[in-house]
Ligand binder design. Structure first.
Ligand code: SF4
Length: 369
């Protein structure tokens, strides 16, 4: 049974009712036994858990330290291209936006990698818009060996691919794939994705299964919070994570919890996830799953990011650019979305150390396994 069948078998109405009718007793029970329990995750994401935020934060921080120490992995996105054949109304790369389009050639990519290496990074996230014909498997296959020669850990966040294509990229050095469902509500999904292959909700939803079968080391899941009810989307993300872990236990997992940011022609959030809500979300996930990596991007403002270090976050980017070629030659006309925390990696690492955390630039070497 694929996760599509699993999801279809869940009643959104019943889950919503349960989320909004949770009691203090449900939350207290969940705090006693949060690990691996979807019922506990539901209670911890509910409005009834809000008065327990301090208790959740302390438990989440403790578990994170036990499992990951005081270490936070540093990674950086490298945008390969802003070409896109989809229309997503929250994204600056949507095909109808009249922005300058660019795909890095091998010389431009090498120049970007040199700048990123000089910042200290050894873990890279390759990002592109979704353009099957111009930035597809042939392009990825041609650039990956060169990227792998520069970085120990290589992740990708591009369009969903076929299993055989993922296998090919794993053979060329790919370590991780990030694939965000954006929302688990099919109706809301259809409303925000109006043109292109990304309209296919089921194909996207089953992508992590194809990735896992290809033998990739790590899969990153995520939701774009703001498109729909964040509590229900987060709960279904937990269901997805639990499903994948039970079916593909050799794979490692990470989750990203991005909030909608302003972009060219973008929309405002339908359901705002407040800072307090984001804290609740991070803590609920950490209590539910002690092993999962939780990453935080520069979408969030500096002050908030500094407070979130100790709560459950294990991966962080700093000094990011969301445009192809943006590390060497910044050009805001090519941006995917606005960055909130624009501090340099050195400044972010100093803030991290001041709070007793260690930035980790390298924790992976394929030859070790
Ligand atoms: S979210 Fe992805 S698929 Fe949608 S427009 Fe942006 S780059 Fe393209």
């Amino acid at each position: 049974m694929s996760f599509m069948h699993y999801l279809t078998g869940l009643s959104r109405e019943k889950l919503t009712l349960k989320l909004y009718s949770c009691t203090e007793q449900d939350v207290e029970r969940a705090l006693q036994n949060p690990q691996g329990s979807l019922d506990s995750l539901l209670a911890l994401l509910s409005p009834a858990a809000e008065p327990y935020l301090e208790q959740m934060a302390q438990a989440s921080g403790y578990i994170t330290r036990q499992r990951f120490g005081a270490n936070i992995g540093m990674y950086l996105p490298l945008y390969l291209s802003n070409l896109c054949a989809n229309e997503c109304d929250y994204c600056g790369f949507s095909m109808s936006h009249r922005i300058k389009r660019k795909t890095l050639n091998i010389d431009e990519l090498t120049a970007e990698m040199s700048v990123i290496k000089s910042m200290g990074y050894d873990s890279i996230l390759l990002v592109s818009g979704e353009h099957e014909t111009k930035v597809g498997i042939d392009y990825f296959s041609s650039v990956l060996p060169s990227v792998k020669a520069h970085f120990s850990y290589v992740a990708m966040e591009v369009q969903p691919l076929q299993e055989v294509e993922y296998s090919k990229l794993v053979g060329l050095g790919l370590d991780a794939v990030m694939i965000y469902q954006e929302t688990y509500n099919p109706q809301t999904y259809a409303k925000h994705h109006t043109r292109g292959n990304k309209q296919d909700f089921e194909y996207r939803l089953t992508t992590p299964e194809r990735i896992a079968r290809s033998g990739v080391d790590k899969i990153g899941l995520g939701v774009l919070f703001g498109l729909d009810d964040w509590r229900l989307d987060a709960l279904l993300l937990g269901h997805h994570l639990g499903y994948l872990e039970s079916h593909f236990w050799r794979t490692r997992y990470s989750v990203s919890l991005p909030r909608l940011r302003p972009c060219t022609g973008g929309i405002t959030p339908k359901v705002e996830l407040s800072d307090k809500g984001l804290v609740q979300l991070i803590c609920a996930f950490r209590l539910f799953n002690h092993q999962v990596e939780i990453s935080l991007s520069t979408r969030e403002p500096a002050g908030l990011r500094d407070h979130l270090f100790g709560l459950g976050i294990t991966q962080l980017s700093a000094g990011s650019s969301t445009q192809p070629g943006g590390y060497l030659k910044p050009n805001t006309q090519l941006d995917q979305f606005e960055i909130s925390d624009d501090r340099s990696p050195l400044e972010v690492c100093a803030a991290m150390r001041a709070k007793g955390f260690n930035p980790v630039w390298k924790d992976w070497e394929s030859a070790w396994i």
